[in-house]
Design a protein around this ligand. Structure first.
Ligand SMILES: [Zn+2]
Length: 412
């Protein structure tokens, strides 16, 4: 390929800024939860851009969108570039969005240079990557990888009881294509680092070698409703208090493992009836644990189990781990990681090897095909926050590396 092939940075930046106009938050970022009206609007914009450029758009049963630029040998398995256009409740303009729109920019750059690749290249926008509306996160790539069934994914409900199936129908993205089940040659994802290391070091390219093992769980606490006044302290079974003991214990476990980079989060608490004047009979707590070493993660999880027993005794509630899921704890494909490294070297960009501490669709795709994850710096590592930011000069090198690595792979 032409060694001087570069993406059009202005065009990519403009597309990210156009996305940033849809589903604006309150502080300069985005609130574009999966399968809401705002998500529908940005999906329609992506489909329009694809149509104008002449790429086919197919939507699978979980709403994931696949934009395809045909190769000279259409029967060969395609190369995929993907990420997500949904955001957190208080999210940034780049998390996920950079990866999808840089993918589109790769296709347009190849068009502009008149380059045809042997393999088709597809850009995928995965549904509900964030998990901010439907749990778990990365649910569409999870099903694409065959780790859970499509029916299971369609039945996931948000906190108002709306299922993914209903939400997909409401926004018109309940597509006909099967989820997964076809051969994919390779998967590339470009994402902001969501940590401070690249920005602090002034290094433009993060070569992601693997992911932190992560375990998440839904904990159910069962108590009993009762009047807050006359009920004696020793007869109370307040589910809120049981969940609070667990939440604090989980935080303390994170502090204990922090010297070896362990982290824990008590992230969400749903209560019933959640009213003054009455003790709660039900609490649902969502939490997750991360550690670079799988054995240490297992030790953290047994600490959580012990903490649950202590919380049961103190609150007189029944507390169970109702559901668990996990990701990470693997290495990305050596060949593809090497290709990313070579692309950066050829373009004269410094790289830093990193392990991802956040979950990405690339984690699930690593079970399907050779997969690589590329990180670009973001300011101070701030993310899942409307202040999330990156500069034009931080965006361009990573997108160029993506272009170069993908093009090389698509001609394989
Ligand atoms: Zn993301």
């Amino acid at each position: 390929m032409a060694t001087n092939l570069k993406i059009d940075g202005d065009r990519l930046w403009a597309s990210i800024m156009a996305s940033a106009e849809i589903g604006k938050g309150v502080a300069g970022g985005l609130r574009r939860l999966a399968l809401t009206e705002a998500d529908k609007e940005v999906r329609e914009l992506l489909a329009r851009w694809a149509g104008e450029a002449g790429y086919s758009v197919r939507v699978d049963r979980l709403g994931s969108m696949f934009l395809r630029r045909e190769g000279t040998e259409p029967d060969l398995p395609p190369v995929l570039i993907g990420s997500h256009l949904d955001t957190q409740y208080a999210g940034g303009r780049f998390d996920g969005i950079l990866g999808v729109l840089a993918g589109l920019e790769v296709l347009k750059t190849l068009d502009g240079a008149g380059i045809q690749t042997r393999r088709a290249i597809e850009v995928v926008n995965w549904t509900n990557e964030e998990g901010a509306r439907f749990s778990p996160p990365m649910v569409a790539s999870l099903a694409f990888a065959g780790k859970e069934s499509v029916e299971w994914a369609l039945a996931r409900a948000d906190k108002d009881g709306v299922t993914i199936a209903q939400a997909l129908a409401a926004v018109g993205f309940n597509g006909p294509e099967p989820v997964g089940g076809r051969k994919i040659d390779a998967y590339f994802e470009l994402h902001i680092e969501q940590g401070p290391k690249l920005d602090a070091a002034g290094i433009p390219i993060g070569v992601v070698t693997g992911g932190f093992p992560t375990k998440a769980m839904r904990i159910e606490v069962t108590g009993e409703t009762s009047h807050v006044g006359p009920t004696p302290m020793d007869r109370r079974r307040n589910a809120l208090v049981g969940a609070a003991h667990v939440a604090v214990a989980i935080d303390e476990i994170g502090w204990r493992y922090a010297p070896s980079e362990g982290k824990t989060t008590a992230a969400r608490l749903d209560l019933s009836p959640n009213l003054p004047g009455i003790l709660s009979d039900r609490a649902t707590l969502y939490c997750d644990m991360r550690h670079p070493d799988a054995a240490q993660l297992a030790a953290m999880i047994s600490d959580v189990e012990v903490a649950i027993q202590a919380a049961e005794r103190r609150s007189r509630c029944a507390i169970t781990i109702a559901e668990q899921w996990g990701f990470g704890g693997f290495s990305f494909d050596d060949g593809l990681v090497g290709l990313v490294r070579a692309a950066a070297r050829d373009l004269g960009h410094a790289t830093m090897d990193l392990k991802s501490e956040a979950g990405h669709d690339a984690y699930h795709m690593a079970a399907v095909c050779p997969t690589a994850l590329i990180f670009a710096p973001c300011r101070n590592g701030i993310t899942h926050n409307e202040a999330e930011d990156m500069t034009f000069d931080q965006m361009v090198p990573a997108a160029d590396v993506l272009l170069r690595a993908v093009t090389a792979r698509a001609d394989r």
